[in-house]
Ligand binder design. Structure first.
Ligand code: SAJ
Length: 476
């Protein structure tokens, strides 16, 4: 079937002009790295001139990065490739007709988390634009994280409908999932191994040709498009599962009055040939844009698969159960808070609760799907007064956040650590007690960042995730 495509690709020759649709965290570094590659003559960054993102077009064409946060080397790279006229950003999607390869990097959030149906609207628009403008022998690559089956299914259908051509014969189609992490975008693209999955062999080979010159340490790992989609969703599903496993163990250790970190060290000591235990870290919950959604992409993929899944009837999957365990952790943090306040003789209603950390991950301003929001809602529902501190998040919808830690601690009945920012690694128990001005303020450590004995010695009621050895200490 792909002989026709192989002939088309051979007559088209090596990839020279590339289009990247979606100027976001994935598309911008990808386009800049393609543009830096001598083998490629020109890279077009395609961006809809929309009210929310149209501003990026002018910024990028001035050699500036529209991305927030520190991205080592990115701004300089963009400036260089724009100055060399190897990269330009445009809203004119007809320029795709001149591209040998088009990658699509548009995010796939869930429309409403509870129904877990992805909002593919923006992605479908990008795919439609590609379909309308690609020419014979072009390569189309999806880089967005998608439900397994999307590349060979929905994406293929839209591309064929819009182009009037046949995928795998008249043009190549593949999935090459992004593996970038904020703060390390360029490094990740250059150094991570790159999964490349075509809908047929010729598509896989053409996609490998596209990414090969960009990789420094990384190697290419070819497979089918659906296997590539499952790889991407599974790598995050497994990380979420590993976190859930240690979170469950932490809850057990609290109930059994032991220290989960002793158990972790003990289990981790079992080393040797072929013996692995992927022990991660218990905590106040799992947030972010990756782990909170990719499990559900994997689940949808298997639900939509042609062959029915053979699995115990009515049982939810191990992976969905892991999601529920991780989503339980901010609730557990509130239970620990209620227990602590009860020991201090304080009613949660009217109590002041200081939440330390709104970001979902340490030393970051990213608060997507933050567990802190779940915790805050529980505290507000219990009629507590909430004050939120974060050294990086300056503002977020529906919550007042201050960088003034002492102001948040002042008069607090409970201090709750939700994020392991560096700013919370050396909190002084005495100073916190003096600032709280309570006989027995409560400290709930969701990220194992404080020394329980120091806080207990200064009159705190201490509660910590997994610290069954300390959570029922005598009051000093
Ligand atoms: N978390 C724990 N315990 C842990 C590790 C993380 O509770 O042991 C929590 C964090 O506090 C955070 C959430 O899980 O709330 C997610 O943390 P993360 O370290 O997984 O960071 P993410 O969400 O940015 O995950 C990304 C993913 N990268 C991509 O999708 C390309 C993931 O595959 C990477 O493994 C991860 O970065 C990484 O290792 O940095």
């Amino acid at each position: 079937m792909s002989d026709h495509l192989k002939k088309l690709l051979a007559s088209r020759g090596p990839i020279r002009t590339i289009g990247v649709i979606g100027m976001g965290y994935v598309g911008i570094p990808a386009a800049a790295l393609f543009a830096e590659t001598p083998a490629y003559a020109k890279v077009w960054g395609f961006q809809r001139d929309s009210p929310s993102s149209g501003y990026k077009i002018a910024m990028l064409n001035e050699g500036k990065s529209p991305l927030k946060g520190e991205e080592p080397g990115l701004e300089d790279l963009i400036r260089r490739v724009v100055a060399a006229q190897k990269f330009a950003c445009t809203a004119d999607f007809t320029k795709i007709a001149g591209c040998d390869a088009v990658t699509i990097a548009i995010q796939t959030p869930f429309a409403r988390p509870e129904d877990l149906l992805p909002d593919f609207g923006a992605l479908q628009e990008g795919i439609r634009q590609a379909g309308k403008n690609i020419t014979e022998g072009a390569l189309v690559v999806l880089e967005s994280t998608v439900t397994p089956g999307t590349t060979a299914g929905m994406a293929r259908e839209i591309l064929e409908e819009e182009s009037g051509m046949t995928a795998g014969e008249d043009f190549a189609l593949a999935h090459a999932p992004e593996r970038v992490m904020v703060g390390r975008l360029l490094k990740n693209i250059r150094e991570h191994d790159r999964i490349v999955g075509g809908i047929n062999e010729a598509s896989t080979e053409r996609a490998m040709e596209l990414y090969d010159p960009v990789l420094t340490k990384g190697t290419l790992i070819p497979m089918s498009a659906t296997a590539a989609e499952v790889t991407k969703t599974a790598e995050n599903t497994f990380r979420d599962l590993q976190i859930a496993a240690i979170n469950q163990l932490a809850l057990y250790c609290e109930a059994m009055g032991i220290n989960v970190y002793d158990v972790r060290r003990g289990v981790d000591s079992l080393k040797g040939e072929g013996i692995t235990r992927a022990l991660l870290w218990p905590g106040a919950g799992v947030g972010g844009h990756c782990l909170t959604k990719d499990t559900y992409h994997l689940e949808r993929g298997v639900a939509l698969a042609e062959t029915p899944l053979d699995y115990p009837a009515g049982k939810e999957s191990l992976y969905v159960l892991a999601r529920h365990i991780n989503d339980f952790m901010p609730r557990h943090m509130f239970t620990l808070t209620q227990e602590g306040l009860a020991r201090a003789g304080t009613d949660p209603a009217g109590a002041k609760i200081a939440i330390l950390g709104w970001a979902f991950i340490r030393n970051s301003d990213d608060y997507r799907n933050t567990p802190s929001e779940v915790y805050r809602d529980l505290a507000v529902r219990a009629a507590a007064k909430v004050a939120v501190h974060d050294p990086y998040v300056t503002s977020a919808p529906g919550v007042a956040i201050t960088p003034d830690l002492l102001a948040v601690i002042r008069g607090a009945d409970a201090i709750v650590i939700m994020t392991d920012h560096d700013a919370y690694q050396h909190l002084d128990a005495r100073r916190m007690r003096d600032r709280a001005k309570k006989d027995h303020p409560v400290i709930v450590d969701g990220r194992n960042v404080v020394d329980p004995d120091a806080f207990i010695a200064n009159g705190f009621v201490y509660k910590g995730i997994g610290r069954g050895d300390k959570n029922s200490h005598p009051l000093s």
